[in-house]
Design a protein around this ligand. Structure first.
Ligand SMILES: [Ca+2]
Length: 222
């Protein structure tokens, strides 16, 4: 099957890429590039945000622990309370709208390393945007950065229920190799647009790790 241009359900022209058959079936998904924004279809009521990465060879000798997190932001781009920062020590948001399924300490193995589940109907009305980030745990002490990380991606899959971790993949954004000394990445944003939700493939790197991101999003950092 060759890649070809078709009008897809998201309303823009993008190549349809067949999923690898190793997943058990062949489906169609939309591959995004940095900065691209697309509508999430209304039938996507329960979404799994899967984040994955590999670590290049390096001689630090220490474990490389990347952490996914989600910031539930108001219209001003800040959290309205610290509990709206979802990460390895605060796995569930208000109303269970956003759930982090748990910390992976090594990133070993294939497939998603950490996942976040969003139930759109449960997202509180004062949340305008959900920013999804990946940061490097203890990057300063371990002298680690995203220049040592490869194959980072985020993908969105449609879940039939909250145990469906093999649902249909609808979006994927590969972040490429554009990073060097950064220790935090805002991978994507999922935001309200009228009565719909949209996905923005952000892919922006920052220094200062998770603490700097927290300060930027208005979370009190001890
Ligand atoms: Ca982790």
């Amino acid at each position: 099957m060759t890649s070809h241009q078709l009008k897809n359900p998201y309303g823009f022209f993008a190549p349809y890429i067949p999923m690898p058959k190793v997943r058990g079936f062949t489906a169609l998904l939309v591959i995004l590039t940095k900065g691209q924004r697309v509508n999430l279809e209304k039938s996507l009521t329960l979404a799994m945000i899967g984040l994955g990465w590999d670590v290049k060879k390096f001689d630090g000798g220490m474990d490389f622990d990347l952490d996914a997190s989600a910031f539930l932001l108001g219209a001003d781009g800040k959290v309205s309370r610290d509990e709206d920062f979802i990460f390895y020590s605060n796995l569930k948001s208000r109303n269970d709208a956003v759930i982090h399924t748990g910390d992976n300490r090594t990133g070993a193995g294939d497939g998603d390393d950490e996942t976040i589940i969003i139930t759109f109907s449960k997202v509180p009305a004062d949340v305008a945007k959900i920013a999804i980030a990946v940061t490097i745990y203890d990057a300063g002490t371990r002298k680690q950065n995203f220049g040592q990380v490869s194959n980072a991606y985020v993908r969105v899959a449609k879940m039939a229920d909250d145990r469906d971790f093999s649902g249909e993949e609808v979006l994927r954004f590969d972040l490429g190799e554009d990073f060097s000394t950064e220790t935090a990445l805002v991978v994507c944003e999922i935001y309200r647009h009228g009565n719909d939700w949209k996905f923005n493939a952000v892919g922006s790197g920052y220094s200062g790790g998770l603490a700097a991101l927290c300060r930027g999003f208005g979370v009190d950092v001890v």
